[in-house]
Design a protein around this ligand. Structure first.
Ligand code: ATP
Length: 227
C-alpha cells in the first residue's frame, strides 16, 4: 500500500519534559489510522507536529506532494470556524479561501449531506456541539483533501451524532481518502480503524490491526489495550 506521509523520529520537549519522544510511522493511502492512548499521551501534540502547527525539535515529515497543505484537511479539537458568521457563510468563506467556486446548490448539498440544512443560516457559535463538529468537518473537507486529520471527532457527542460522524468517516474512506483520527472511544476504533497506534508517554508502544494488538497484548477486548 502506498505511503502518503512518512513521519520519522519526531521529538518535542516542553520545559525539559519530552512530550513526544521518538515517533515514527506512516500514513497509507485510503486507510483509517486511529491514534489512541491515555490523556496526556501526546496524541494532539503529534498531530500538531505533523501539521506543522508546532515545530518539532527533531525529526522530519515526508509528504507525497510538493504542496501538502492543499491535500490535507484538518479538524482540530477547538472549533475551526469563524464565529459571528452563519454556517452557510463559513462554507462560503472557506471555499473562497481555497479559491473553490461553490454555487448555492453545491452548498445546499453539503448541508444536506451533513444533516445541517435546518441550521445553515444560524450563527455557527449557536449550533450544538455535534452540529459544530459536523460543520468543522465539512469545512476541513471543502478543498477535497486526500488525507484528513480528525482530532477526537466524536468527543462529547450524543450517541446519534456520534453514529453520524462514524458513518461520515466511513464514507470518506469509500471516497478514497486517508483518515487519521485520535479518539478515546474504543467502540469507534473497532468500527473504523484499519490500523491503530497506541501512544503512551510520548511513545508508540504498540501498532497494528486490532487483531495484532490483541495478540501482542494478550487482550480480548479493546478496553484492555487501554489499561
Ligand atoms: P488528551 O487525550 O487529553 O487530548 P493527548 O494525548 O492529546 O491528550 P497532548 O495534548 O498532546 O496529549 O499533551 C501531551 C502532554 O503535553 C500533556 O502532558 C500536556 O500537558 C503537555 N503540553 C501540551 N502542550 C503544551 C505546552 N504548550 N506547554 C507545556 N506542555 C504542554
Amino acid at each position: 500500500m502506498m505511503d502518503y506521509i512518512l513521519i520519522n523520529g519526531l521529538k518535542k520537549t516542553y520545559k525539559q519534559i519530552e512530550i513526544v519522544k521518538n515517533i515514527s510511522f506512516n500514513i497509507r493511502k485510503n486507510e483509517i489510522l486511529a491514534i489512541i492512548g491515555p490523556n496526556g499521551a501526546g496524541k494532539t501534540t503529534t498531530l500538531d507536529l505533523i501539521l506543522q502547527l508546532k515545530k518539532a525539535d527533531e525529526g522530519n515529515i515526508e509528504y507525497w506532494k510538493s504542496k501538502p497543505k492543499e491535500s490535507i484537511g484538518v479538524q482540530l479539537q477547538s472549533s475551526c470556524f469563524f464565529p459571528g458568521l452563519t454556517a452557510y457563510e463559513n462554507i462560503q468563506l472557506f471555499a473562497a479561501l481555497y479559491k473553490k467556486r461553490l454555487e448555492r446548490e453545491d452548498i445546499s448539498l453539503i448541508f444536506k449531506q451533513y444533516g445541517l440544512e435546518d441550521v445553515m443560516n444560524i450563527d455557527a457559535r449557536k449550533l450544538s456541539g455535534g452540529q459544530q463538529k459536523k460543520l468543522s468537518i465539512a469545512l476541513a473537507l471543502i478543498h477535497e483533501p486526500e488525507v484528513v486529520f480528525l482530532d477526537e471527532p466524536t468527543a462529547a457527542l450524543d450517541p446519534r451524532a456520534r453514529m453520524e460522524i462514524i458513518q461520515l468517516i466511513k464514507r470518506l474512506q469509500s471516497d478514497g481518502k486517508s483518515i487519521v483520527l485520535t479518539t478515546h472511544d474504543m467502540g469507534e476504533v473497532k468500527q473504523l480503524a484499519n490500523r491503530i497506534l497506541l501512544l503512551e508517554r510520548g511513545e508508540i508502544v504498540a501498532s497494528g490491526t486490532i487483531e495484532e494488538l490483541f495478540d501482542e497484548w494478550n487482550a480480548t477486548t479493546v478496553d484492555e489495550l487501554y489499561l
